[in-house]
Design a protein around this ligand. Structure first.
Ligand SMILES: Nc1ncnc2c1ncn2[C@@H]1O[C@H](COP(=O)(O)OP(=O)(O)O)[C@@H](O)[C@H]1O
Ligand SMILES: [Mg+2]
Length: 558
């Protein structure tokens, strides 16, 4: 299995590095706090042997005051380091989430065709937070607890090494037992995150597909499916919790047995006059305080194993290769002077040839139509023109230059694609139209909306451009959404505009009207319409017939 190595955690160092100084300082403060905690048992030995046994009232007040001061100072230092550390780890979380999110932006339609949205959200939200929760605790707790344990052990040996042996003999068993529980927790943690992602997937899928669910009366079925997944989640959760609780309490019980052994052995030594009462009191104090840091270290290693699972799920996203990348020496491009051309372009999806040795040239400044039956590869051609995909072999070129040699930002400013089913965000019509140019003037957005044929709609809506269209623009009709996307394209005013199935949602006279507007608006620029309806082709300068991933015919109408 990939990602089962502890070294994976080292990959987090790029998120830690910017805060190294701050972290170091917080750890130092935390260490000072733990050191003060160690002073307590020593003071209690002094209190018993030098103060109580000698009946020294003045020294009693002084040592009690010292103890009190040490406690307060220790708490303050722990608070400061804990708080400061948390702040740093929250910043690291932001850094990590941003990096994963940015990486997701760079992935291709191939990835999204296969990815499950619910799972992605669960990784981006839940898993990243889990990694932060663990790492937010990890360094500080480990360092302070280890120091505390080492200090305690040292003092215990110094007080009485035989008593130390009695107190410590059961600890290895306790740790071994804990390891066993931990291995099981590892498996359960992974299963738990998977179950949780499964539930998220059902939610996202069925809520996005609510129309389908309603039309096929499958709400009951989906609820049942959700209940089933929830059931497996809960049963895994319960197994995880019970393992986790047993994993803490069983080794802890062994520890308590050790405390009793110390008490019995130490008591005998005192009765035999071979140990002072103060030594036993201080020793018991040290020994009983040992349990909590040992347990918390054990707990940490348990959460570490669940954190490792989450980290693996995050790293898996980060390691998904980015297909479309920009070369460091990429060239600027702002216009298409001669043509857009495909030369021997082949593209595979899952090993299946979708485009097979496609070559054609679309001269700039023309209106071209790409026609062909659905599933033939037309939308794939459009994706290649804006580099949502790169060809597996062959080249796509603008004026003879491979698109892969051009700056990606420039390319996507020069060539704009309006999707088959345009996406609208939850927001106003204005925000959606101005998405390409958020600072644009209102009048310009209004003009673009009018040119795109949205006047009727805007007149009907009391709030006009300020009307909020629901998520994915679902308060609009499919044709209206298409027009919003066209208005968006008008505003971004590209050199090349590709419309994928623009007339799919339009009636025939609207279609001619739209084409007229487009030709007028894009006069002198390159306009490419993709359609499975041959009607549009009659007004085009160029027609490209695509069938079964091949160019069937390239025609120039008379
Ligand atoms: N991400 C993908 N994974 C696998 N197959 C895909 C993917 N995207 C498209 N296809 C397949 O590629 C072929 C061409 O699709 P497309 O270009 O959308 O056709 P058109 O736009 O001409 O209707 C179809 O058979 C489709 O099933
Ligand atoms: Mg298509």
């Amino acid at each position: 299995m990939k990602y089962q190595n502890w070294r994976d955690f080292l990959r987090m160092k790029c998120f830690v590095r910017p805060y190294a100084w701050h972290l170091g300082l917080m750890i130092l403060i935390g260490l000072a706090g733990s050191a003060l905690g160690l002073a307590q048992p020593y003071l209690s030995k002094y209190l018993v042997d030098n103060v109580l046994i000698r009946r020294d009232g003045h020294a009693l007040v002084v040592s009690a005051a010292l103890m009190f001061a040490a406690t307060i100072a220790g708490s303050i230092l722990s608070y400061v380091s804990g708080y400061g550390y948390m702040r740093v780890s929250a910043s690291m979380l932001l850094g990590m989430r941003t990096k994963v999110y940015a990486h997701l932006h760079a992935l291709s339609p191939r990835f999204y065709a296969r990815a499950r949205l619910g799972d992605l959200v669960s990784r981006l939200n839940g898993d990243v937070a889990e990694v932060q929760r663990i790492s937010g605790d990890f360094f500080l707790s480990t360092v302070t607890n280890v120091l505390f344990i080492a200090g305690s052990l040292g003092m215990m040996i110094w007080f009485d090494w035989k008593l130390f042996v009695v107190g410590i003999v059961l600890v290895p068993f306790s740790i071994a037992l804990f390891r066993l529980f931990q291995i099981r927790m590892n498996l359960l943690a992974r299963e738990l995150r998977q179950r949780s992602a499964d539930i998220g997937t059902v939610f996202v899928e069925t809520l996005l597909g609510f129309r389908l669910v309603a039309c096929f009366n499958s709400s009951e079925y989906e609820l049942e499916r959700f209940r089933g997944r929830n059931g497996s989640f809960v049963s895994t959760l319960l197994r995880f919790q019970s393992t986790s609780m047993l994993g803490q309490s069983v080794p802890g019980t062994l520890f308590t047995a050790a405390t009793i052994a110390v008490f019995v052995y130490g008591g005998q030594q005192i009765i035999a006059g071979q140990m002072t009462l103060g030594t036993l009191v201080a020793f018991m104090a040290l020994h009983s305080r040992l349990l909590s840091p040992v347990q918390s270290l054990m707990g940490l290693s348990a959460s570490l194993s669940s954190g490792r699972v989450s980290l693996a799920r995050v790293l898996e996203l980060l390691d998904t290769p980015i297909e479309v990348t920009e070369r460091p020496d990429a060239l600027a491009v702002s216009a298409v002077r001669q043509s857009i051309a495909f030369r021997n372009v082949t593209l595979l999806h899952d090993g299946r040839t979708v485009l097979d040795d496609v070559s054609f040239e679309i001269p700039s400044g023309t209106f071209s139509v790409i026609v062909g039956p659905s599933g033939g590869g037309k939308s794939t051609i459009a994706d290649l023109m804006v580099r949502l995909l790169d060809p597996d072999s062959g080249v796509v070129m603008i004026d003879g230059a491979d698109l892969r040699a051009l700056r990606l930002r420039d390319l996507r400013r020069t060539v704009v694609l309006i999707d088959q089913s345009p996406y609208l965000f939850h927001g106003t019509l204005f925000e959606n139209i101005a998405y390409a140019r958020p600072c644009v003037h209102r009048a310009a957005a209004e003009e673009a909306a009018q040119a795109a044929g949205l006047s009727d709609l805007l007149q009907r809506l009391p709030e006009g451009l300020d009307t909020v269209v629901g998520e994915r623009g679902l308060t609009l009709s499919a044709g209206e959404r298409q027009r919003v996307a066209i208005a968006r394209a008008f505003l971004s005013n590209p050199e090349v505009l590709i419309l994928d199935e623009p007339s799919a949602a339009l009636d025939p006279e609207r279609e001619t009207e739209l084409v007229d507007t487009l030709r007028w608006k894009f006069h002198g620029k390159t306009l490419i319409a993709i359609t499975h309806k041959p009607a549009l082709a009659s007004v085009a300068d160029h027609i490209l017939y695509i069938k079964d991933g091949r160019v069937a015919e390239h025609a120039v109408p008379a």
